[in-house]
Design a protein around this ligand. Structure first.
Ligand code: NAD
Ligand code: ZN
Length: 357
């Protein structure tokens, strides 16, 4: 038995207003004139947060377009432009939702690794550490702030650059930054955490390490989405810690059916991760009966919109493509259904599931 020896985030600061310490945190990491590069979610264009970013003389602020989830072409373009303009940079700081955090991780890695980010989609293909990188989430739920991957859509697949060099050197967890998130978006991203927990806790890879974090994250999700009647600062505080704990839980386990199916949607239809997981979860009674029931209760309580009918009218080829992408996520299926998963989740069965979505 080979136990996973996994790399974690270097430093963590947590608290309302901790964003104000960013200048101080970055100071020792500045290398001469080499700039700090801030990749900021385009939601914050003309938002007061921009004025609070500690920009020094040579620093660069780039508003990143996260209309679509990160593509390898976008990562290559950003890293290429930074190399052309500066040669070397002191660090990359991502401020935004999971998409921006993933972009920041990938751009940091591509500053020091040759070729295209598409060459590194997979496990442990990255050979050189990236430049210093910081993650500052403005949505809570993905766990991207703690994970060892960065999920990218490439020319042939949607797959992370999963490596020991991928985790951030520093994360700044300031729940105040999440306060402007629209209720539906907050729910979709928050449910990413809830669903991670269900998949991990119900999975065959579960151990006490994952379970300890997963149970805590689940408890926090239940508090914010079921027990509290109004959304307040405490809700933002709790959901940010749920995301962190959910991410830690996945570090030693895996996600499952909802993610495996949702990857197919996202690859073919561009369905975003959080909402895609919700669309799928809504139909997984057979695999996670209690979780699905509770999920529906949360949807109902908050009055959130979960789209339906997104696969109606797709062609035979399109269904086949989604099925290929989904069945390619072997570790997820094995975690969910055990070693004999291929006998359980046949192409026909998966096709029937996609038709329901
Ligand atoms: P997102 O980053 O895609 O952002 C969703 C929307 O919310 C965007 O329009 C964005 O501009 C906006 N937004 C961000 N912060 C906001 C705020 N404070 N207020 C209002 N709007 C805000 O959403 P997400 O759900 O956080 O992230 C999904 C992405 O994370 C996907 O690309 C997925 O692949 C990735 N992901 C990565 C990991 C990992 O381990 N690396 C894990 C799960 C998901
Ligand atoms: Zn997820």
């Amino acid at each position: 038995m080979q136990f996973r020896n996994f790399k974690m985030v270097g430093y963590v600061v947590y608290g309302r207003g901790s964003f104000n310490q960013l200048d101080e945190i970055l100071a020792p990491q500045r290398k001469g004139d080499a700039p700090m590069v801030f990749l900021v979610d385009h939601f914050f264009d003309s938002h007061a947060l921009l004025q609070r970013i500690p920009l020094h003389k040579n620093d660069k602020l780039i508003l990143v377009d996260v209309t679509y989830e990160p593509k390898t072409t976008y990562v290559d373009q950003l890293a290429g432009e930074l190399k052309a303009e500066f040669g070397k940079v002191s660090g990359v700081i991502g401020i935004g939702g999971g998409s921006t955090l993933d972009l920041a991780k990938a751009v940091s890695l591509m500053m020091n690794n040759p070729g295209s980010s598409a060459d590194y989609q997979g496990w442990d293909l990255v050979k050189q550490p990236g430049v210093y990188k910081v993650g500052i989430p403005t949505l809570s739920g993905t766990g991207a702030e703690v994970s060892r991957t960065t999920v990218l859509t490439g020319p042939t697949r949607k797959l992370g650059m999963n490596s020991d060099f991928t985790p951030f050197d520093q994360i700044v967890l300031d729940p105040e930054l999440t306060k402007d998130a629209p209720a539906n978006q907050r729910f979709y991203t928050g449910m990413d955490c809830y669903i991670h927990c269900i998949e991990s806790l119900e999975g065959t890879y579960l151990n006490e390490f994952s379970k300890s974090y997963g149970e805590k994250a689940l408890e926090l999700c239940r508090k914010v989405f079921l027990e509290k009647d109004t959304w307040d600062e405490a809700s933002d505080d709790m959901l940010m810690m749920a995301s962190y704990a959910g991410g830690m839980s996945i570090a030693y386990s895996q996600v499952g059916v909802a993610h495996a199916v949702s990857y197919g949607l996202s690859y073919l239809l561009g369905t975003k991760h959080g909402i895609g997981n919700c669309i799928v979860m809504n139909h997984l009674d057979e695999y996670y009966p209690a979780g699905v029931k509770e999920f529906r209760k949360m949807v109902e309580k908050g009055g959130y919109d979960i789209p339906t009918g997104i696969c109606s009218g797709l062609s035979e080829d399109q269904f086949n493509k989604m099925i290929d992408v989904s069945l390619g996520m072997k570790l997820l299926w094995e975690n969910a259904l055990g070693k004999d998963w291929e006998k359980i989740m046949t192409r026909e069965k998966l096709r029937a599931l996609y038709e329901k979505l």
